[in-house]
Write a protein that binds this ligand. Structure first.
Ligand code: PLP
Length: 356
């Protein structure tokens, strides 16, 4: 039976990425050695790292004045690295979910955190509007896509202080105007590569403004100066990221990806909105994530939740269970997910609805 992988992360990757990475595990760049056992300082891997950085910038259209670094530690370590490198006294955070909360918690270790707005009152099912940014804050932090709650800030915001974004789960899903951001970071395991790789796109002129000494490994400058080779980088995820970037480029880049992602999301949200059994947890279309679609059983069908779960998985739907803080279901439909899989899920939902 064909499996349709709706996992929120680590998540579906293009076949192209998986096949090429598997081949390099067996024989890397014609060396007769495995990618798993060669020096990261060898010329073959240095070439991979250089190409990955260059293609990352090309596909995302990263302007001059920015550097892209690859590190370990996940997006969660960035929650700490961002304030370590940027915060003097005060930083502003938009609280749109669990990840934003976690990011703000780390920042509180370094100074005052102003929460500009929060959507906690409605279990984070919308993006707060109409808030203002304290002009004396060192930066504003946002989470562009809320992987858990299925909300997304789909526009690049204009703010008058440096803007920092956790884009773990929507990076490369749409064209982004990087010039509006001071730092964009994320874990690679949602839309780019297997777990173990973290990216940060850093505007060079935002660094060097804090008084505190910064530990070498937590200093963005270290990784910028050493081209992400200060210590041993996560070799295999970097190689896999390069394959995904090649795949993105070959498939027409981010404009095309964005169009496809919108089509997939629209199809699924329309099916949910017109269903008599299911309903979306996010009501405002503007705030609905095109990467993570969250839905639940309508109240009158609530007792069928487990049964649908079992039915869907018997039909090859993998990991559609919602996060424990939302319940219900979550279909993560990242770049690599074909529209056929979305249609297959809709068929399963319709079939289940008919039989009840
Ligand atoms: C998954 C995720 C994280 C956590 O990433 P790690 O790499 O596991 O630390 C942070 N932010 C967002 C938006 C995520 O989706």
């Amino acid at each position: 039976m064909k499996k349709h992988n709706f996992s929120a992360g680590p998540s579906i990757l293009p076949d192209f990425t998986i096949k090429n990475t598997a081949e390099a595990v067996l024989n890397f760049a014609g060396t007769g050695l495995s990618l798993l056992e060669v020096s990261h300082r060898g010329k073959e891997f240095v070439a991979v790292m250089d190409e990955t950085r260059a293609l990352f910038k090309e596909v995302l259209n990263v302007p001059a004045g920015y550097e892209v670094v690859f590190v370990g530690g996940g997006a969660s370590l960035q929650f700490c690295m961002v304030p370590y490198n940027l915060m003097n006294k005060k930083a502003a955070y938009l609280i749109t979910g669990e990840w934003a909360n976690k990011a703000a918690k780390e920042a509180k270790l370094f100074g005052e955190v102003v929460e500009v707005a929060s959507s906690k009152d409605k279990n984070f099912n919308y993006i707060p509007k109409g808030w203002s940014v304290p002009t004396d804050a060192d930066y504003l932090h946002i989470t562009t896509n809320n992987t858990i709650y299925g909300t997304e800030i789909k526009k690049d915001l204009d703010v008058n202080i440096p803007l920092v974004a956790d884009a773990s789960s929507d990076i490369f899903s749409r064209p982004m105007d990087i010039s509006k951001y001071a730092i964009v970071y994320g874990g690679a395991q949602k839309n780019l590569a297997p777990a173990g790789l973290t990216f940060a796109i850093v505007r060079e002129d935002v660094l060097g403004k804090v008084e505190r000494p910064i530990p070498t490994m937590l200093n963005y400058k270290t990784h910028m100066e050493k081209e992400s080779m200060f210590n041993t980088p996560p070799v295999l995820p970097v190689y896999a990221a390069l394959q995904t970037l090649k795949w993105l480029k070959q498939n027409g880049g981010l404009e095309v990806m964005h169009k496809r992602n919108n089509e997939k999301a629209e199809l699924l949200y329309n099916a949910i909105d017109s269903s008599k059994m299911f309903k979306a947890t996010v009501n405002d279309a503007e705030d609905r994530s095109i990467m993570n679609v969250c839905f639940v059983m309508k109240d009158e069908y609530a007792e069928l939740e487990k049964e649908f779960q079992a039915f869907a998985s018997s039909k090859g739907m993998v990991d559609i269970k919602g996060h424990r803080s939302v319940g219900g279901f979550r279909a993560s439909i990242y770049n690599a997910m074909p529209i056929e899989s979305v249609k297959a899920l809709i068929d399963v939902m319709n079939e289940f609805t008919k039989s009840h």
